[in-house]
Design a protein around this ligand. Structure first.
Ligand SMILES: [Zn+2]
Ligand SMILES: [Zn+2]
Length: 135
């Protein structure tokens, strides 16, 4: 499935040809980086991802995490860990976010208490690989 998206000003556009995994992340770093109460990430293999036009500016944290954003409009675009072969794209920058399906909530222990979503998806305390769902 071909998925496309762009930053707010349109200088950065991307396309990805994949069936992605989508997670809602409630961790503090995502909240602060993007400025929302949580971030919905579209996780894809980096080989299926292509930037069109300008490349995002990269903010590096912990010497290994690259968060990409538009240097003109400020839109948060991507999350990439240098040790991984996947890249995460902000679902909110997609042209049609309804075309993908979230599967879980991660870092629920950091969830803002007024964020309540009756979506029936499993919640994980931290990374889903580390634990069982908590409800
Ligand atoms: Zn932009
Ligand atoms: Zn996060």
């Amino acid at each position: 499935m071909m998925l496309t998206g762009a930053c707010y000003c349109g200088n950065i556009r991307y396309e990805m040809d994949t069936e992605p995994t989508v997670v809602h992340c409630h961790c503090d770093n995502c909240k602060r980086s993007v400025g929302g109460p949580f971030v919905s990430w579209v996780i894809i293999s980096i080989k299926d991802f292509k930037h069109i036009g300008e490349q995002p500016t990269i903010h590096v944290t912990d010497g290994k995490v690259e968060r990409g954003f538009c240097n003109t409009c400020g839109s948060s675009i991507s999350y990439f860990q240098r040790t991984e072969d996947t890249i995460d794209i902000t679902a909110g920058t997609m042209d049609n976010p309804s075309s993908v399906k979230p599967s879980k909530h991660i870092w629920d222990r950091k969830r803002i208490h007024w964020v309540q979503m009756d979506d029936g998806l499993p919640h994980f305390s931290e990374w889903s690989a580390d634990s069982e769902p908590i409800d």
